[in-house]
Design a binder for this molecule. Structure first.
Ligand SMILES: Nc1nc2c(ncn2[C@@H]2O[C@H](COP(=O)(O)OP(=O)(O)OP(=O)(O)O)[C@@H](O)[C@H]2O)c(=O)[nH]1
Ligand SMILES: [Mg+2]
Length: 225
C-alpha cells in the first residue's frame, strides 16, 4: 500500500520567516544560494573549487549546516572567506528561523553572495524555504541514476544542477547519461553542469553560471535604480 505524505514548504511559520529573510537579503542586495545534496556529493568541494574564481568579482560569505562539527566552515575559512557553522544535531535540514538567528552572530553587510550549504539530505531541505534567491543541487556521478526519481522535490525546484565527480564515472558513462535523462525529466529548465572538483573538468562553464547568477541581480538592481 502506498502512503503519500504531503508537506509543502515546511510549516507556515517557516514560510513567514523565509519571506522576512528574503526581504532582508533583497534590501541588503545579497544574492543567496541554498546549496543542497545528499551527504558527501561534493557541496563543500564545489565551494572550494568555485570561490577562488569569484575573488575580485564578489564578496562571498558561507553559512554551513551539518549535524555536528565545524569541519566545513573551517574548510571555507581556509580560503580566506568568512564562514559560520550551524550544528543541527538530530535535525536533517536548516530552516528559515535558524538562518535568521545566525545572522545576528554572523553579519553579512557588504556581502554580494551568501551561500548556505544545507545539511546533506535529499528530502527535508527541499521543503524548507530559507529565503534564498537560488536553489543549487549537486549530485554525484557515481551514486546511481535514481535520485531524481526517488526524491523529485529536491530536483524539481532547482535553479541549477551540478553533476560532480565525473572523473570517477566509467568512460562513456551510461549511468551518467541515465542520470542526466532523469534529471531532465524532474526539471525541464535548470542548466545541468557536469564537473569534477578534483580534476577541474567542467568548472569553467559552471563558474560562468555562478558569476552571472550574482551579476544578474546587480543588473536588475541597477535597472530599477
Ligand atoms: N573523485 C572525486 N572526489 C570528489 C570530488 N568532489 C568531492 N570529492 C570527494 O568527496 C568527498 C566528499 O566531498 P565534500 O565536498 O565534503 O561533500 P559534501 O557534499 O560537502 O559533504 P557533506 O557536507 O558531509 O554533506 C571528499 O572526500 C571529496 O574529496 C570529485 O569531483 N571527484
Ligand atoms: Mg560539506
Amino acid at each position: 500500500m502506498e502512503h503519500i505524505l504531503v508537506r509543502t514548504n515546511g510549516s507556515q511559520a517557516n514560510q513567514a520567516t523565509a519571506l522576512r529573510n528574503r526581504e532582508l537579503f533583497e534590501m541588503a542586495n545579497i544574492t543567496v544560494i541554498n546549496l543542497m545534496s545528499a551527504p558527501g556529493a561534493g557541496k563543500t568541494s564545489l565551494l572550494e573549487a568555485t570561490i577562488p574564481g569569484l575573488r575580485g568579482w564578489y564578496e562571498v560569505a558561507v553559512i554551513e549546516g551539518d549535524s555536528e562539527t565545524e569541519l566545513d566552515a573551517e574548510r571555507i575559512r581556509a580560503l580566506g572567506v568568512p564562514s559560520h557553522q550551524i550544528n543541527t544535531g538530530k535535525v536533517s535540514h536548516l530552516d528559515a528561523l535558524v538562518i535568521n538567528s545566525a545572522l545576528t552572530e554572523f553579519p553579512v553587510q557588504g556581502v554580494d553572495l551568501l551561500v548556505i550549504e544545507n545539511v546533506g539530505n535529499l528530502i527535508c531541505p527541499a521543503y524548507y524555504d530559507l529565503g534564498e534567491k537560488l536553489r543549487l543541487v549537486v549530485c554525484s556521478a557515481v551514486d546511481g541514476s535514481d535520485a531524481p526519481k526517488k526524491y523529485p522535490m529536491m530536483f524539481r525546484r532547482a535553479d541549477a544542477i551540478v553533476v560532480n565527480k565525473v572523473d570517477l564515472a566509467a568512460s562513456g558513462g551510461a549511468e551518467v547519461a541515465e542520470l542526466r535523462r532523469n534529471l531532465r525529466e524532474a526539471n525541464t529548465t535548470a542548466p545541468i553542469f557536469g564537473v569534477s572538483c578534483r580534476t577541474g573538468v567542467g568548472l569553467g562553464a559552471w563558474l560562468g553560471w555562478m558569476r552571472n547568477a550574482v551579476a544578474r541581480r546587480d543588473v536588475l538592481v541597477a535597472t530599477n535604480a
